[in-house]
Design a protein around this ligand. Structure first.
Ligand code: EPZ
Length: 430
């Protein structure tokens, strides 16, 4: 297995281009199932997660062609013919969002057999709301031996669906099915995450009829067919926020380009309260500046649904607080087990206690390098960020987590002066 080795202490100075959003790209890829015409996605990140989903789409007979064109990295999905509607466990378990092919397969072909994704390190993460929405739209669903077998004998029907709480995945899944259902679907308490907005806008460009964009109530009038489109994936707000925290942690001045500051307002606010200088320029560049001789102040943070502070930035922000002056209380409200980075940060000298869904981080003067293990995708980034300032060498193991969602991380940080390199290990099943 590869690991990332970091020698801490270098300031970060330079510029980092933000990639296309993983969590938008994989939703847009699932939308390609809905049409027999090609979908061309530009600003496509090249990540393990997009590769996993690409492999699954190929199983269905969809042609997936990657290239680097004038518009940068792009992928064309051509689902002229769906040859299989079976999503095997081996492919779905690699990335749980693959489960969301179920709705579009039902919409396009009327049937599908898709593996249940199983649990994951940040929580149980059931898919009951996904199934509830599809059943409300007329799907007949059976669960057997870890698989969902579904069919829509009378086609998908529009329905009024009120989610009991906000789920990004269930909103996305219901939307992907509703665009081709008979009649009108209303999704109440829908997620408003920017990646849902990106998916809805892409679907509209394919001919879908969706109202209420970026609100918590989506009204979808089903159409009988959708056409191909060209779509540019929105910038990755989590990658952008992660590098913003990295720059704030290490000190120096980093310009983030090709991102969208308006998608990370809650993080910007927290970092400013902590004493980080952030300048947003008219051309969209986002500049993070910090004099490393001045200590940051501890601030409290609570994860919330969008536009609140993102759970996917909680681990990185916790790292920033490990060196701040005072105590920061960080509450996790989205996932029940998303503090697994805390014991790893403690190996580097952080002072953290976790109890009852909150972490208390008492700032220390310095961190010291040590071998640590990534436990999930965003946690891996929090450890890399800690390594940037820890004295000596930090080795982050289980880097396959990081490769799921951060494109060319070593290159991007290295270009700003960080001493971060990948050490190749033996390939290993995970
Ligand atoms: C999406 O996950 C993101 N993944 C996550 O990013 C992100 O952390 C999360 O939204 C919250 O913003 C993708 O977009 C691919 P949810 P998702 O459904 O859709 C519970 C990353 O690092 N729930 O909004 O799975 C669930 O267990 C990942 O890129 C049910 O109980 O999140 C959780 O506690 C990690 N039943 C809460 O709802 C359901 O049927 C919110 O989950 C569905 C969800």
């Amino acid at each position: 297995m590869d690991s990332i080795v970091i020698h801490g202490g270098n300031r970060l100075n330079g510029s980092i281009p933000v990639s296309g959003a993983k969590n938008s790209a994989i939703k847009l890829m699932a939308a390609s199932i809905l049409t027999s015409e090609p979908i061309r996605l530009t600003n496509m990140p090249r990540l393990a997660d997009t590769r996993f989903l690409g492999a699954l789409l190929r199983e269905f007979g969809i042609e997936v062609t990657e290239s680097d064109g004038a518009d940068g990295q792009q992928t064309v999905f051509d689902a002229r013919e769906i040859k299989s509607t079976f999503a095997p466990y081996d492919l779905v378990r690699q990335m749980r969002a693959s489960f969301n092919v179920l709705g579009p397969l039902l919409a396009r072909t009327g049937e599908a057999k898709v593996s249940l994704p199983g649990g994951c390190t940040i929580g149980a993460r059931p898919v009951d709301l996904h199934l509830m929405a599809l059943e409300a739209m007329g799907a007949k669903i059976e669960l057997d031996e870890g698989y969902v077998t579904a069919s829509v004998p009378n086609g998908l029907q529009g329905a009024e669906i009120e989610f009991p709480f906000v789920s990004v995945g269930a909103t996305e899944h219901a939307l992907l099915a509703a665009v081709m259902a008979n009649g009108t679907t209303v999704l109440k308490r829908a997620a408003r995450e920017p990646e849902i907005g990106d998916l809805a806008r892409c679907l509209i460009s394919m001919g879908a009829k969706i109202e209420g964009l970026d609100t918590d109530e989506l009204v979808i009038t089903g159409v009988t067919s959708l056409k191909g489109t060209d779509w540019s994936v929105i910038p990755d707000r989590i990658e952008m926020g992660s590098y913003a925290v990295a720059a704030a942690m290490a000190g120096g001045e980093v310009r983030l380009t090709k991102g969208r500051g308006d998608l990370i307002v809650a993080l910007t606010e927290l970092m400013r309260q902590a004493g980080v200088e952030i300048v947003e320029e008219a051309n969209g560049d986002y500049i993070v500046r910090r004099d490393p001789t001045l200590r940051l102040k501890a601030v409290n943070a609570t994860t919330e649904i969008y536009p609140g502070f993102a759970t996917d930035l909680q681990a990185q922000f916790m790292t920033l607080m490990t060196l701040a002056e005072g105590e920061s209380v960080i509450q996790e409200k989205i996932f029940e087990n998303r503090f697994m980075h805390a014991p790893e940060l403690m190996r580097l000298g952080a002072d953290i206690t976790v109890a009852n869904g909150e972490a208390r981080v008492r700032g220390v003067e310095s961190l010291r390098g040590a071998p640590v293990m990534a436990t999930d995708l965003r946690a891996s980034m929090s450890l890399v960020i800690a390594g940037l300032v820890a004295e000596g060498e930090t080795t982050v193991g289980r880097v396959y987590h990081l490769d799921r969602g951060f494109e060319r991380m070593e290159e991007k940080l290295g270009a700003c002066g960080a001493d971060v390199r990948r050490v190749k290990g033996e390939a290993q099943e995970h």
